[in-house]
Write a protein that binds this ligand. Structure first.
Ligand code: EPU
Length: 296
């Protein structure tokens, strides 16, 4: 019996997973699996465990760099119908957003409904699951501020909830250890739709003015901000804007972004990352830590 027999409809083998990331770089994954339901996800996890197959969970691939040799693992993406649901409570203050929901669309829906809480997340290309996992956000706030509880699945397929205060959000991290975030319960508050839209526009304009355009190939900020200093400022101060290795270039607009230009490989980006870390360490005595995940 083959590893995923009976699940053929949701499993692809030797899948060019790099295509699914914002960088669009990197080699294939042994398996690419899109469970349609929680039950199917449990089945997939069981099969992976039985067959000693490592797995990664993928959101929208905006914070991931896949190595040129790909990954000898399964990549699981929660984009079946069950994972795309949004359920607003009658008064609109409570929202259950499932892991595969597009955060940008969710921000728009909340603007239309006159619900405040997600404005700070404007323009972040993420799934809800990915955003919660890394507490996505920026100078205007992060998603952790509105999450009340999450429904999780562990590596044994057990489903359980975690709520605040046990659930803790910190700068670009959470204390969620479970492998899968199934959904998040968000607390919103009714507000003036015009004011909400104004805030969304302000955040959008700030990003447009300060970050590379969305049609460039990049993965957002590469490094975390050390101790509240902008990593971009440090890299800028080290004189590294415009530095190029192969097809990978440090953005002239915001130094914490690396653009992948024509012919770029994941190896180019990884080499550039190392050069940046070395130079910032030598010149500014600061150790930069990756914000993006590298899958190899
Ligand atoms: N700046 C420079 N040179 C640069 C980059 C920035 O002088 O090369 C200056 C800016 O002009 C600004 C200050 O540094 O005065 C701070 O820059 P910014 O507002 O862009 O903030 P950041 O700390 O660099 C964070 C997040 C971004 C998020 C922005 C805006 C991190 C690592 N980065 O950047 O998040 O978009 O705030 O909210 O937390 C991401 O997570 O992928 C990401 C892009």
């Amino acid at each position: 019996m083959s590893t995923f027999s009976g699940l053929e409809e949701i499993v692809e083998t030797d899948y060019e997973i790099g295509r699914r990331t914002w960088y669009g770089l990197g080699g294939p994954a042994d398996y690419f699996i899109c469970p349609q339901t929680v039950e199917q996800l449990r089945e997939v996890v069981e099969r992976c465990n039985e067959n000693d197959i490592r797995y990664y969970v993928m959101g929208f691939g905006s914070n991931i760099l896949v190595g040129d040799n790909g990954v000898r693992a399964a990549v699981i993406k929660l984009n079946g119908p069950q994972f795309l649901q949004t359920e607003f409570s009658s008064e609109g203050r409570q929202l259950v957003a499932w892991a595969g929901v597009d955060l940008r669309k969710l921000v728009r829906t909340c603007v239309e409904k006159g619900l405040s809480g997600l404005e700070a997340l404007t323009g972040i290309p993420s799934s809800v699951g990915g955003a919660v996992k890394m507490n996505a956000g920026g100078r205007f706030g992060d998603i952790g501020a509105v999450v009340e509880s999450v429904t999780l699945m562990d590596g044994q397929g057990r489903v359980f909830e975690k709520s605040k205060p046990e659930l803790v959000f910190d700068y670009r991290q959470t204390n969620i250890g479970a492998r899968f975030i199934l959904n998040a319960h968000l607390k919103l508050c009714p507000g003036d739709p015009e004011q909400i839209l104004r805030t969304v526009k302000e955040v959008w304009v700030y990003k447009e003015n300060n970050q590379p355009a969305l049609n460039t190939k990049n993965s957002g900020c590469i490094f975390k901000n050390p101790r509240g200093v902008s990593a971009g400022v440090l890299i800028d101060r080290a004189g590294l804007k415009g530095l190029r290795i192969g097809g990978a270039v440090v953005s002239e607009k915001h130094a914490n972004f690396i653009l992948a230009e024509k012919g770029c490989t994941s190896h180019d980006i990884l080499r550039l990352i190392n050069v940046i870390k070395d130079k910032v360490r030598e010149q500014l005595e600061t150790e930069l830590e990756l914000e993006i995940e590298v899958w190899e």
